[in-house]
Design a protein around this ligand. Sequence first.
Ligand SMILES: CSCCC(=O)C(=O)COP(=O)(O)O
Ligand code: MG
Length: 240
Amino acid sequence: MFDVDAVVLDIEGTTSATGFVVDVLYPYSRSRFAALLDERGDDPDVRRAVAQVRDLLGEPDAGAGRVEEALHAWLDDDVKATPLKTLQGIVWAEGFARGDLVSHFYDDVVPVLRRWHADGVRLHVYSSGSVAAQRAWFASSPAGDLRPLVDGWYDTENAGPKQEPGSYHRIAATAGTRAGRLLFLSDRPGELDAARAAGWRTAGIRRPGEPYYEQGVGDHAQAGTFDGIGIRTGTAGSST
Ligand SMILES: CSCCC(=O)C(=O)COP(=O)(O)O
Ligand SMILES: [Mg+2]
């Protein structure tokens, strides 16, 4: 039983299937990058992301073709580079709004999120996917618009890399919740280690078929579904 005030959710591998992201969302963004760079280079978010790609490449003069090549290489290797995620977020948000895309949540997730929310547990999202992508993902679920369940949205741009404790300190400060009252749910042991190093409670989600299932989550508490995570809240100061 976790005695906490808030739960912070990873998406891919935790609330939702990695296979869906890789097989549906990645091709959708890949086929639209060229047009995005070509037609909307003046959009401030696109411009900022392109500058970040050039920085990461160490090529300040990289043209649109070279930028697109880098984006495709990161997609191939599933590198969660912030500018890739920003540009994917723009394309996906439009795809969700247009009805081309509907997100995926494992069957156990939405009923448990609704229950925790009703019980007064605050819910936040922390994903490598950009905040724009996260919001679109929760807005367009098969169970309807889930955004009202979520209090805060964090990504690698507003919080930092997911495997660095500093990112979790930043989220705790922004969320206004003491580290020990925050529970992070993720499939990746490196992320759970970083959250724990920042003083958070942690639980690894291990779903058969997910990339980190075999590796496991080390000595973190673990569950196969959200039903396996007991939470009570509103008892700050108790010893459990
Ligand atoms: C709606 S977010 C899309 C998924 C994605 O691109 C991603 O990188 C998710 O990574 P996570 O940190 O949630 O494992
Ligand atoms: Mg994940």
